[in-house]
Design a protein around this ligand. Sequence first.
Ligand code: B1M
Length: 214
Amino acid sequence: MVDILQEISKAVFDGDESKALELVKKALAEGVSPQDIVDKGLVKGLHECGAGYEAGEKFIPEMLMSAEAMKVSMAVLKPHLAAGETAAGGKVVLATVEGDVHDIGLELVATMLGSAGFEVDFMGPDVETSRIIAEVKKVKPHLLGLSALLTNTMDIMPVILEKLEKEGLRNSLKVIIGGAPVSQDFADRIGADGYAYDAAAAVPVAKRLVSQLT
Ligand code: B1M
C-alpha cells in the first residue's frame, strides 16, 4: 500500500496526469482508503512540487501540470470521499478570494462538506469581493467559506468581513476560513467565526458553526 501511495505522489510531482489517474484507480481497486490516497499520495506530491518551486527547481508550467494531475485524480475519488453522511447541514457558499487562483484545496473542502450533507455553492477561485457579497445576498447561506493560499491575498478576508458587516449581512451567517497561510490566530484577529486546517477538519467546524445559528 505504501508503495502505491508513493507512486501516486511521484506521478503528481512529475505532472503525469495519465499515470496518476491509472494509479489512483488501481489503489481504489486494491482497497486503499480514498482519504489516504488524497493525503499521502496526491497532496504529498503537490506539496513536494511546491517545495521544488520554492527551491527554484520547478517552474509554473510544471506546477500547473501537477495541479492538473491532482484535479483529474480527484474527479475519480470524489464519489468515494466521506460517503454516507446524509443529514442536511445547511447552505454554504465557498470562494477563493480575489487575486488568488488556487482552488484545489477549496474543491476538497467542497467535496467533504457536500458529502457531509451541506448544500454547496462553489464559486471557484479568484472571486471578486463584490461578487461574494452579491452571492450571499442572493443565496442567503448559513455559512460563507473563504480560502486563500497566498500571504498577500489572505488580507482580503478581513475586507470581506467588513463589507458583510456594512451590508448588514454579518449576523445572518457564520464565516469559516482556511488555506495554507491562514491560522486560528489569524481567524481570531480578523473576527472570522471558524478556521479549519484541512478539508476533513472543515466538516465538524462547519457543523458546529451552523448549529450556533439556530
Ligand atoms: Co501556487 N503558490 N502560485 N500555484 N501553489 C503556493 C501556494 C506556494 C506556497 C508555492 C511555494 O512557493 N512553495 C506559493 C505561495 C507563497 C506565499 O504566498 N507565501 C505560491 C505562489 C507564489 C504562486 C504564484 C504567485 C506563482 C507565480 O506566478 N509566481 C501564482 C499565484 C497566482 C495567483 O493566485 N494569483 C501561483 C500559481 C499556482 C498554479 C496556478 C500553478 C497552481 C494552482 C492551480 C489551482 O489551484 N487550480 C499552484 C499550485 C498547485 C501551488 C501549490 C504547489 C499547491 C497548492 C495546492 O493545491 N495544495 C502550493 C504549494 C503548497 O501548497 N505547498 C503553491 C494542495 C491542497 C489540497 O492544499 O490548497 O493547502 P491546500 O488546501 C488545504 C488546506 O489549506 C485547507 O484544506 C485544503 C485541503 O485539505 N483549506 C481550507 C484550503 N482552503 C480552505 C478553506 C476552508 C477550510 C480549509 O474553509 C473555507
